[in-house]
Design a binder for this molecule. Structure first.
Ligand code: ZN
Ligand code: ZN
Length: 236
């Protein structure tokens, strides 16, 4: 799962997973700088809890209607980019084409996001959103776990808490409504070791309605976590 040795670059030049341009700069791996910078990063104003951005100018902090209704168990959730363009292509390349060359690029974005959005990040342990064992066997790797491992190489003191389990093999969430998603993942996660760390950062690639990370947060909260931040690369 490690990025490939540089010596291969001469014989087989790397290409950007999004635009196909040949990559030559050592700070780029599978996603070129142009594609990275062309993707819209998310900025406030946003819901102070789930991080869902809204258009226009808002001068006070607010909580969105969905958070008021569902009361997520996490303290805050933030996503770095809209799920589009180069970021979406990179996530697809990783998940569906096993292109691990994008991992260092994505991990760098995550590391910067942790320092920007997570208060007291140094005290927190990283918890990748787990796959069900059946899905893990099928895919061969968990993209969130691979990203968390790469983040640990970049953030001093960062460590993974690998004991959150997915105990329910849920159907795909893609075509479900927000309330159906919530029911679908209810009770799907369990902490296999207790107590869970007091302070955690849940790591995932994409957040849509937030039902999956909320189900994770509930399992962690039930077993001891009190400061639960969620950081995802993209918001779908
Ligand atoms: Zn590109
Ligand atoms: Zn919200």
């Amino acid at each position: 799962m490690d990025p490939r040795p540089r010596i291969l670059d001469t014989a087989f030049p790397r290409q950007c997973c999004s635009c196909g341009t040949e990559i030559s700069h050592p700070s780029e791996n599978g996603l070129c700088w142009d594609c990275r910078s062309a993707t819209h990063s998310l900025t406030p104003p946003w819901c102070e809890q789930c991080g869902m951005p809204i258009a226009g100018r808002v001068d006070h902090s607010f909580r969105c209607a969905r958070c008021e209704e569902t009361r997520p168990a996490y303290t805050l959730a933030r996503s770095l980019y809209r799920y589009e363009g180069g970021i979406r292509d990179a996530i697809h390349a990783l998940k569906y084409h096993r292109d691990f060359s994008v991992i260092p690029d994505l991990a760098r974005l995550f590391a910067a996001g942790i320092l920007t959005h997570v208060p007291d990040a140094a005290a927190a342990q990283l918890v990748p959103v787990p796959l069900h064992p059946r899905k893990l066997r099928k895919r061969g790797f968990n993209q969130s776990h691979e990203l968390a491992k790469a983040i640990c190489l970049l953030v001093p003191g960062a460590a993974i808490w690998p004991h959150l389990r997915r105990v329910k093999d849920t159907e795909t969430q893609t075509h479900l409504s927000a309330s159906a998603r919530r029911r679908n993942v209810q009770g799907a996660f369990r902490a296999a070791r207790t107590p869970a760390p007091e302070s955690v950062i849940l790591i995932d690639d994409v957040m849509t309605t937030g039902s999956t990370v909320d189900a994770c947060a509930r399992a962690l909260h039930q077993t001891g976590s009190r400061h639960i931040s969620v950081l995802t690369l993209a918001r779908g």
